[in-house]
Write a protein that binds this ligand. Structure first.
Ligand code: GLN
Length: 454
């Protein structure tokens, strides 16, 4: 049924870069057989899933939305994919994304944009717009995204779906093509909080192949979602981040947020205002740290090791081939980031830019720590605006970067964070998201409160 749905709507939505119909049917049959034999341990055995094209798969291409990796297939499955397959989850295909996960609209894909199923003239957010659009268009019931600065939560918000950035280190990065290694985190996407929880428990947990993977029990997120569904939040303390709201936020988004706070109060939560004074500098710090790490990570695309190679006709030096390949293989946003990062890391500027950004990162983390002494979770709108029009922000990188204003602090601190649907904006009828933020390894709090709220 999902393959039929993809065939019907994906020519317009363009959520997928690659669909593996035969592989999906075979995997579904395998899950059925295992179930008949009494061997299907996971509740998700046989359930189809859309996978962001930044996680490696040995049986499908992994392009990261880039010409650099067109037709490239990984020799191994990422840990996330290994765990999905072990649970019997059926991978339908790979979803569209901003090139190397850099962007907030999926317009930076080398393979053309994805459209928001709510209004196909609008973006589905990014960088994981393909995964969230696939959910919103009922092309898949589950999806995997990755979130470096908001790429799971922001697309979830603008497509009316659920997206979770687990605690940094909660889900293995082995086989997740690196953008900014200290920020990148894969996580579950679904149409309900419980669906996301079931998927979270399949993919999370320690992995010796990832040096930053946390060696501790996975938070009991499914139990928390079930508990939350009862709708009783008495005893829960919720902090509203004072710095997120006002200027730059659409009125429809602010109205939805006020209604969400009222609803949390009605469910029994105690809601207080909390100040996180350094959050206003988080975006600037992120746009030094993420490009710095990207400039280093993307050095591996050198025309020798992976994918594209241009101009190798025997007449050119290694440097010339490398230069021609990178010129042809990377899009404008990726080049912008590499240049920014290389500059920020260069001798003489390192302390003033990268070093300063790392100090801000510490201050943001301290703001969270102080807030979590007072409250169990923090809440804010996920994004300042609803889905914008395709093309509207392409010429203005700063406007594009502002889409992640509220999501970035949780990446800098490594916290767990979720976007849950918060109704439709009274201004334009488009979906709005409520962001819930919890301390590291307290992912279960997101699911309890998210399930009570949805
Ligand atoms: N939009 C942000 C950026 O462009 C976040 C991307 C992400 O989370 N992968 O960097």
């Amino acid at each position: 049924a999902h393959l039929d749905r993809i065939a019907a709507v994906d020519p317009e939505v363009h959520a997928f870069l690659h669909v593996d119909a035969d592989g999906a049917v075979e995997a579904a049959r395998g899950a059925d057989e295992a179930r008949s034999a009494g061997g299907a341990a996971s509740p998700l055995a046989g359930v189809p899933l859309a996978l962001k094209d930044v996680l490696t798969t040995s049986d499908m291409p992994t392009t990261c939305g880039s010409k650099m990796l067109e037709d490239w297939t990984s020799p191994y499955d990422s840990t996330v994919v290994q765990r999905l397959r072990a649970a019997g989850v059926v991978v339908l295909g790979k979803t569209n994304m901003d090139e190397f996960a850099m962007g907030s609209s999926t317009e930076n894909s080398a393979y053309g944009p994805t459209r928001n199923p709510w209004d196909t003239d609008r973006v589905p957010g990014g960088s994981g717009g393909g995964s969230s659009a696939a959910l919103a268009a009922f092309e898949a019931p589950l999806a995997i995204g990755t979130d470096t600065g908001g790429s799971i939560r922001q697309p979830a918000a603008v497509t009316g779906t659920v997206g979770v950035k687990p605690t940094y280190g909660g889900v293995s990065r082995h086989g997740l093509v690196a953008f900014s290694s200290s920020l990148d985190q894969a996580g579950p996407c679904g149409r309900t909080v419980l669906d996301a929880a079931l998927l979270h428990e399949v993919i999370a947990g320690h992995d010796p192949m990832d040096a930053t993977s946390i060696d501790a029990p996975v938070p009991r997120v499914t139990a928390a979602a079930r508990e939350g569904a009862a709708g009783d939040l008495r005893g829960v303390r919720v902090g509203v981040v004072r710095e997120f709201g006002g200027q730059g936020y659409q009125e429809g988004v602010q109205q939805s947020f006020r209604a969400a706070v009222d609803q949390l109060t009605e469910l029994g939560a105690e809601v207080v205002e909390v100040s996180c004074p350094h959050f206003e500098h988080a975006l600037s710090a992120y746009y030094l740290i993420a490009p710095s790490e990207c400039s280093s990570n993307l050095a591996r695309f050198d025309a020798m090791r992976y994918g594209l190679r241009v101009g190798d006709d025997g007449s050119r030096s290694t440097e010339e081939v490398m230069s021609l390949t990178r010129e042809a293989g990377f899009g404008p946003e990726v080049k912008r980031r590499i240049m920014l990062g290389t500059y920020a890391l260069s001798a003489g500027y390192y302390e003033a830019y990268y070093g300063q950004a790392q100090k801000v990162r510490t201050l943001v983390t301290r703001d969270f720590a102080a807030a979590f002494e007072q409250v169990d979770v923090l809440v804010s709108p996920t994004t300042p605006t609803t889905a914008f029009r395709i093309g509207e922000r392409v010429e203005d990188p700063m406007a594009m970067y502002l889409a992640d204003l509220c999501t970035i602090p949780s990446n800098l601190a490594g916290n767990a964070s979720m976007s849950v649907p918060s109704g439709l904006s009274a201004e334009d009828g488009l979906p709005v998201g409520l962001q819930i933020m919890a301390p590291p390894m307290a992912d279960d709090r997101l699911y309890r409160i998210g399930a009570a709220y949805e």
